[in-house]
Ligand binder design. Structure first.
Ligand code: FES
Length: 271
């Protein structure tokens, strides 16, 4: 005779789970946050793709404004003055002007701990909210292909750090006018964007670990401790910074497009 060992449904002594047929007992608008996330992220990605393949209105010659969506500009299609680091790729329609840099911020955000939570909940419904069941019957976490690559986030952070330096360089070069030094509303927009991009980048969880992780005694590393406290304060605002920088990137790009296209004039303060 053979016996089959069956796993008890509940730990010994535990009370069985209530037989609830409802999918969730939540009566609040738990679906609103995932819905807004889908709308916000889809709109942003749509705009970014549209602008990336527009191939025009990314550079303002008089003031040297270069939109972050086209920086660094490295295809043969680039306006020579906007190609600060030279051109290396053919100017085919399918190749974005910033083909070198765009994948890295994208990877940085795609693997970001906050965005992971946001899109797992909203696009994959896994789960859509607390106390609401997963939209899928199986859950394998991030232990298998392709999601195991989410663990590469630390390396994406290093790349995003370099891209932030390039964005800062662009903002410095944009302090320009036809007569030399210049400053206008476009510079305010560019510097506001760069400052917030830095805040988002260094508020990253990986950055916090790189700065203050693996230390046994903070007292023996006062400089790292000070840096860690600053990063930790920003880290508490990581979600807000994630959304704010999406907005500032789009606003910066749109402003430069509008000036480059001649729809508006830049408001000049100096030069
Ligand atoms: S950028 Fe969000 S956790 Fe690193």
């Amino acid at each position: 005779m053979t016996t089959t060992a069956t796993k008890p449904a509940h730990p010994p002594g535990a009370r069985p789970r209530a037989a609830i047929t409802a999918r969730t007992l939540r009566t609040d608008r738990w679906w609103l946050a995932p819905l807004l996330t889908v709308v916000g992220l889809t709109a942003w990605v749509g705009y970014a793709v549209f602008r990336t393949f527009m191939h025009q209105w990314y550079w303002v010659e008089d003031y040297h404004y270069l939109t972050p969506f086209y920086s660094p500009c490295i295809t043969d299609r680039c306006i020579p003055e906007a190609a600060h680091f030279g051109t290396y790729l053919p100017g085919w329609w399918l190749i974005p002007e910033a083909a070198f840099s765009l994948p890295f911020p994208l990877l940085f955000r795609l693997t970001c701990y906050y965005y992971r939570k946001a899109y797992y909940r909203s696009y994959w419904l896994s789960p859509p909210a607390c106390a609401v069941p997963d939209g899928h019957s199986r859950y394998t976490g991030e232990t298998r292909f392709p999601l195991i690559f989410q663990n590469a986030h630390r390396y994406a952070f290093y790349a995003a750090f370099v891209i932030s330096i390039i964005n800062t360089y662009d903002a410095i070069l944009a302090m320009h006018s036809p007569s030399g030094f210049g400053f206008g509303l476009g510079n305010v927009v560019l510097w506001g964007n760069v400052t917030l991009l830095w805040a988002y980048t260094i508020s990253c969880h990986s950055c916090r670990h790189i700065i203050g992780g693996r230390l046994k005694h903070f007292s023996k590393h006062p400089i790292r401790y000070r840096a860690w406290t600053v990063v930790s304060r920003l880290n508490a605002r990581h979600m807000e910074l994630a959304w704010t920088t999406l907005a500032t990137l789009a606003v910066t790009d749109f402003y430069i497009m509008a000036v480059a296209a001649g729809w508006i004039s830049d408001l000049r303060i100096v030069g």
